[in-house]
Ligand binder design. Structure first.
Ligand SMILES: [Zn+2]
Length: 157
């Protein structure tokens, strides 16, 4: 084993699991969704999720003139899944952000889910895997790792 490969392996072990082929497929699906529907200041984020049965659903964010009406891409992808096949869990989910047109040197890249989406993902699958940024190469974490002390109404949790 070359020294550089050894170092890489050690780093990936430290930071979490590397991406599988199906993880890369999911990133590609989210990327294709936002590449197709990108509109500056309206649709900038794409998401893709794989249900527990292996079906992929994509979404893009819905930005809004009235800011609080905006909906995240992850929620749109989940909504499409629930309408189509019902609540089928989330095996893995990822979001990617399209850079604004003036940012010529940036590319579409994996972004972390916002706090509200972390709650939503956990509600629909507490064991969901989430692909998150990690320097040059994204990594995978469980939704629970992104959401310590999840919101709960009173003593129920
Ligand atoms: Zn969100």
């Amino acid at each position: 084993m070359k020294k550089s490969a050894k170092r890489r392996k050690k780093t990936s072990q430290k930071l979490g699991k590397g991406l599988s082929v199906s993880d890369r497929e999911l990133i590609a699906a989210a990327t294709a969704a936002i590449r197709q529907r990108y509109r500056d200041e309206w649709q900038e984020v794409g998401a893709a999720l794989r249900t527990r049965a292996g079906k992929i659903f994509t979404g893009v964010n819905l930005d809004a003139y009235l800011g609080r009406m905006a909906v995240c891409a992850e929620a749109v992808a989940l909504g499409r899944a629930v309408v189509d096949i019902g609540d089928a869990g989330i095996e893995t989910i990822v979001a990617v952000r399209h850079p604004p047109p003036e940012d010529k040197d940036q590319t579409i890249a994996v972004v972390s889910p916002c706090g509200a989406c972390r709650e939503l993902i956990f509600d629909y699958d507490p064991k969901a895997r989430v692909i998150v940024p990690n320097g040059k190469s994204p990594t995978v974490v469980q939704i629970g790792e992104l959401l310590p002390n999840k919101y709960s109404r009173g003593a129920e949790g």
